[in-house]
Design a protein around this ligand. Structure first.
Ligand SMILES: Nc1nc2c(ncn2[C@@H]2O[C@H](COP(=O)(O)OP(=O)(O)OP(=O)(O)O)[C@@H](O)[C@H]2O)c(=O)[nH]1
Length: 351
């Protein structure tokens, strides 16, 4: 959520990795952020001018961010190449995303970017939550619903980083997740519609909580980093054992579907060409012989337009008929003309 401390968290994680002598590769995907507490290696703001996008397309702030991300998503191949190049010397790639859930998680470009990354690299989602602003059970539940929807949308290994533990310890939230009664007791103190809904939802989320990795961190003090990385390593291992085979299976299925479609298209092409061949029936091989066999498509193309001497001699078209008739009429006429000329000359010589 906005202001949860995502950018501060990235900065803290990057500092931690630097201290471990494994500097990360950092990408900023938030086009609307004004000041970043870290220097990204790739920054969406270098590619797309968010303010200009808003002006040109007459959009509001969220529309501007979505459009900027759409434009950036068209370059994801290049981003992937940059990451691949740096894979040797960077063990981790940190990606800061826009906070609004509809802008990244539920947008087409957000999905394209996530899937491109997740189909190639060990990808882990970290949901940064503002612990100090989640002490109210209704706000806590909103945060959990956000987290849950991101998990179900991305279907990737997932960690909840409860940030700002320097302000308040996250143990109350962990207790609410583990102990349903304790959460109900807190909610029961309120009788609003939101609290009734929250009570029902907590039942639904029990299953989600049971598989969740939760860690308390402070982007300001840097506490919780060791535990966070232990969770990240677990999550990465989970990616390799469960998600990668799943993605590879999906890729194989996609490839199979494509090759099946290609084969069907080729088959359609063959049968179309066979239909053409049926019309012409008799075909001529390249050596000039007549073949009754059905040709392949290339045979048909090669023999098209080759002249057949027999056809020429036996040609029996309307035009030929017309020429023959004319010639047969012209010959006796010419004879009688010559006869007439001869007769006149004889007459003239006799006179
Ligand atoms: N006390 C305390 N404050 C924090 C912590 N992390 C972040 N903050 C403060 O929370 C505010 C928001 O932090 P950001 O890192 O900008 O949060 P963000 O989620 O990136 O914000 P948006 O990009 O606006 O969504 C800033 O004033 C930070 O100093 C923390 O661990 N403890």
């Amino acid at each position: 959520m906005a202001g949860a401390g995502k950018s501060s968290f990235i900065q803290r994680v990057a500092a931690y990795l630097h201290s471990q002598r494994t500097p990360p590769y950092v990408i900023n995907l938030d086009p609307a952020v004004r000041d970043l507490p870290f220097r990204p290696n790739i920054d969406i703001r270098d590619t797309v001018n968010y303010k200009e996008v808003m002006k040109q397309y007459r959009l509001g702030p969220n529309g501007g961010i979505v459009t900027a991300l759409n434009l950036f998503a068209t370059r994801i191949d290049q981003v992937m190449k940059f990451i691949e190049k740096r894979q040797e010397d960077c063990g981790f790639v940190l990606i800061d995303t826009p906070g609004q859930i509809e802008v990244f998680t539920w947008s087409a470009s957000g999905t394209i970017i996530t899937e491109a990354l997740a189909s190639t690299f060990s990808t882990v989602i970290i949901y940064v939550m503002d612990t100090s602003r989640s002490t109210n059970p209704v706000t806590f539940m909103s945060n959990m619903l956000y987290a849950c929807s991101i998990l179900y949308k991305t279907k990737l290994p997932f960690i909840v980083a409860m940030n700002k533990t320097d302000i308040i310890d996250h143990s109350f939230a962990v207790e609410w997740m583990k102990d349903f009664e304790s959460f109900q007791d807190t909610v029961n103190r309120e009788t609003t519609f939101a609290s009734n809904l929250t009570r029902s939802l907590s039942l639904v989320l029990e299953e989600f909580y049971s598989h969740l990795r939760v860690v308390g961190v402070s982007a300001v003090t840097g506490s919780g980093m060791d535990e966070l990385f232990s969770h990240i390593n677990d999550a990465a291992a989970e990616y390799e054992s469960e998600y990668r085979p799943h993605y590879e299976q999906l890729l194989r299925e996609q490839e199979e579907t494509h090759s099946k479609e290609r084969a069907e298209q080729l088959e359609r092409l063959h049968s179309d060409l066979r239909n053409v061949a049926v019309d012409s029936r008799t075909l001529h091989t390249s050596d000039g012989n007549v073949s009754d066999a059905e040709p392949g498509p290339s045979g048909l193309i090669l023999t098209r337009g080759i002249a057949d001497p027999e056809d020429d001699s036996n040609s029996d078209t309307d035009t030929d008929d017309h020429q023959k008739t004319e010639e047969s009429r012209e010959e006796p006429a010419f004879h009688s003309y010559l006869e007439e000329r001869k007769r006149r000359l004889q007459l003239r010589s006799n006179q």
